[in-house]
Design a protein around this ligand. Sequence first.
Ligand SMILES: *[C@@H]1O[C@H](CO)[C@@H](O)[C@H](O)[C@H]1NC(C)=O
Ligand SMILES: *[C@@H]1O[C@H](CO)[C@@H](O)[C@H](O)[C@H]1NC(C)=O
Ligand SMILES: *[C@@H]1O[C@H](CO)[C@@H](O)[C@H](O)[C@H]1NC(C)=O
Ligand SMILES: *[C@@H]1O[C@H](CO)[C@@H](O)[C@H](O)[C@H]1NC(C)=O
Ligand SMILES: *[C@@H]1O[C@H](CO)[C@@H](O)[C@H](O)[C@H]1NC(C)=O
Ligand SMILES: *[C@@H]1O[C@H](CO)[C@@H](O)[C@H](O)[C@H]1NC(C)=O
Ligand SMILES: *[C@@H]1O[C@H](CO)[C@@H](O)[C@H](O)[C@H]1NC(C)=O
Ligand SMILES: *[C@@H]1O[C@H](CO)[C@@H](O)[C@H](O)[C@H]1NC(C)=O
Ligand SMILES: *[C@@H]1O[C@H](CO)[C@@H](O)[C@H](O)[C@H]1NC(C)=O
Ligand SMILES: [Cu+2]
Length: 784
Amino acid sequence: MHFPTFTYLALTSVAISSAVPPLGYDRRVLRDIFDKRENNETTSSCLTEAALTTKAPKINPWAGLAPEENLAVWNLLHDPASGLNLTDPTEAKLTDNYVFWVDALHTNKSDVLPYLDEGAPKPSKYARAIIFEGGKAEPDSQEYMIGPLPVSAETTIEKLDYMYNGGSGGSVPFNARYFDGPRSTATDPLIASIMSNISDITAALFQGAAYYGSTDERSNLTLTSGTPLSFDGTSAFRSIMFRFPGPASYMTPLDFFLLIDCTGTDASLYFLKGFVTNEKFFPTIAELRAAFEAGELAMEYDQTLDADWALVDYKPELGVRDLEERLAPSTLEIGGKRYKLDEENRYVEYMGWSFYLTFSRTLGIMFYDIKFKGERILYELSMQEATAQYGGNQPKAANTVYHDTYYQLGTEMGSLLEGFDCPWGSTFWNITYSSYNTTEVNTNSICIFETDMNFPLARHRTGASNDYGFSNLGSVKGAALIVRAIATVGNYDYMFDYSFHMDGSLEVIVRASGYLQSSFYYPDQGKFGPRIQQATQGSLHDHIVTYKADFDILGTPNSLQVSELKAVNQSQPWFPELGTFEQMEMDIHNMQEEQQFNYAANNQAMYVVLNPNATNAWGEKRGYRIVPGRSDIHLSTLNSPWSLKNSEFAKSHLAVTRQHDNEPFANSVQNINLPWKPQQDFSKFFDGECVDGEDLVVWFNLGMHHFTRSEDVPVTLYTEAYSSIVFAPQNFFDRAQDGDLLNRRWVQIDDEGKMTFEDYGVGLDVCPIVLEEPTELLGGVGEL
Ligand SMILES: *[C@@H]1O[C@H](CO)[C@@H](O)[C@H](O)[C@H]1NC(C)=O
Ligand SMILES: *[C@@H]1O[C@H](CO)[C@@H](O)[C@H](O)[C@H]1NC(C)=O
Ligand SMILES: *[C@@H]1O[C@H](CO)[C@@H](O)[C@H](O)[C@H]1NC(C)=O
Ligand SMILES: *[C@@H]1O[C@H](CO)[C@@H](O)[C@H](O)[C@H]1NC(C)=O
Ligand SMILES: *[C@@H]1O[C@H](CO)[C@@H](O)[C@H](O)[C@H]1NC(C)=O
Ligand SMILES: *[C@@H]1O[C@H](CO)[C@@H](O)[C@H](O)[C@H]1NC(C)=O
Ligand SMILES: *[C@@H]1O[C@H](CO)[C@@H](O)[C@H](O)[C@H]1NC(C)=O
Ligand SMILES: *[C@@H]1O[C@H](CO)[C@@H](O)[C@H](O)[C@H]1NC(C)=O
Ligand SMILES: *[C@@H]1O[C@H](CO)[C@@H](O)[C@H](O)[C@H]1NC(C)=O
Ligand SMILES: [Cu+2]
């Protein structure tokens, strides 16, 4: 979530794919494994075959910008006739106007639904562009919408203000805009002059290390500063932490902080605010030096210089585990792929499911028009923001809040390693996004695969007094399709999973791995996290990942029904001896107004999005339940100055709003530096509108309270750091949607003890690879 601030993403981002071995390597290994099974028919194994193709019913109306569209938009913006007076970003200074980034503008739902459902023409595509306007009298960042595309005489460039409710539309004050390369460069002379002046002090404290400037070869300290770097855009500041350089510098922080003011575009006015070290504040160089000379500054521990301990490679010193030289079990689509794809339209069909994917440079992968058995469940399902807020006794941890969309989280979704990040044989898709006048490709950065759930979807054995103890036994295979991407945003690797289950339920999971943003270890500050290395403390923090679920259960008019479990005292005449006694019942009502709310204590409430006018065969209203999963949390601090009003979406478990074309996102991508005067204030969505029988949107949070631990070294583990939620049919159907699955077994034993075994023609022999006889599947029972 956090980059050394000299990184200017829009300019320097490159796909890391070239570092990843070609997929073919592991595929060959896979084939070798199966060839050893002496089957001669495996030359074109269904394990490695591409998925079958299908044709999306509609051209994807949410698609990103094609390379030629991006180029045309770029050229239009840079055409002097546009009046934008743009400078080439690679040469830009603070006082120039230049493009930050370009992406596709989301398509309005009110234009898409008629196209999907009523044969209306495909909505026009638009681009959005954030332009840094340092050349203006009052410098700012202004967002524009450019369209319709393709660029023609009708194409206009307009300010994109409509989706921001903070009062300044698409304009963000200079002091709050993204801290890019030119801004970082502008602060470096001040930092270099201050740090050179005290190089003897840093050398004495930190094993000879000093900072003389970002390009000075003598520098052997690196610096980092996070966000926010402004409260309301009237001023800007950097709380800089120094670290030892190296691949794991997040894990080797030092106890030295430099605070500077960097307000405005004139770098000659930037100034020193002070230093922090040894848990003390020194407003001037003179005061720091006086303390140093009085012998009051010393490090109790040296930070480690060799950070090999923080690399995710094999560590033989941990010992040997018996049989670990063998290949671990793997998910393999051994019956052949059971999903179909329209790659051009990013459209997927799987076991009754169908949906479109798209990609945004800030939000990553997004899902649209999610249907099950032809009926719409969700119009949109998308990640909206990944927030992290830290705690600590120094000016880095205590004031750090990240919004990862600010760092363009989507562009940080990188190549996935087959067999490890995703199963062997998965489908891999590229993602693309604009980079100046060209289009960047992150290869194989989305994977799609079907996985064994490793437990049956359903099973039952009916008891009987025969020798086998049952008269019939049914068990249904559990499988799901997963769409996955992993965004490495600075220190963290967020894994986003969307899991489409056979029964029509949909699970959203986020996991976190990667480096802790750690602090120097202070023995007296255990309340902010444990010591995890010689001189490193794992800093306590919250991760809150906000999602949007625009449910359209069989159409747009939906309600959010709450069924609260209540204990009530009542009496029943057939239990006269009990008098009044307590039992539970449901208090059922529809939420009336837009609101933010939390899961009920003890989870004693069920939330169902239903269509008030659609009933199943039993007369029950058809809906989908929101089932909380693991670690469904909100921010721990609700009144921190660092996240006061720009992170409202992270402050409740759930929220429900009326869908509006001008409220497409929970957050804006440059909101992080405006905690007191947000560009986008999520809490303003809640203005008393009715949500009963309306087009409603559910916003939900996943996340983790990250109670850091030694086992976060070298990196946080996905086993523990994960959070999930399930959307499950609730009276949506007349019965469970497992009856139509052939991947099942049905075993019956008649009165004479004769067993019949039904496999519906599906066994391990379906794929060209024959492994075993199907009866083996049932273990003891099959051999009867
Ligand atoms: C596989 O093919 C080889 C030679 O091509 C043959 O010798 C062998 O018997 C075959 N094995 C089976 C199981 O058919
Ligand atoms: C265009 O921007 C440059 C700085 O990049 C500035 O010097 C110049 O005055 C601007 N021109 C106009 C017409 O605003
Ligand atoms: C270092 O800082 C001190 C205190 O501000 C100042 O007096 C001195 O001139 C500076 N020295 C250099 C070489 O900049
Ligand atoms: C930093 O560089 C100086 C000068 O080369 C050297 O003496 C010192 O050991 C280095 N310290 C670290 C921590 O790299
Ligand atoms: C993109 O911009 C660069 C630098 O201005 C230029 O050299 C290149 O020709 C442009 N590419 C296209 C396709 O216009
Ligand atoms: C993915 O990107 C790579 C590298 O640019 C390219 O060779 C490949 O054709 C792309 N795949 C698809 C399906 O576009
Ligand atoms: C039911 O009555 C008992 C006895 O009066 C009381 O202790 C209990 O709190 C009541 N429960 C509820 C749910 O009101
Ligand atoms: C989308 O809807 C908003 C709000 O109604 C409107 O201001 C905007 O112009 C629409 N966008 C397009 C591309 O029509
Ligand atoms: C449900 O149907 C009734 C009767 O047809 C209609 O009056 C009402 O507006 C409908 N409600 C919704 C939310 O569609
Ligand atoms: Cu964490």
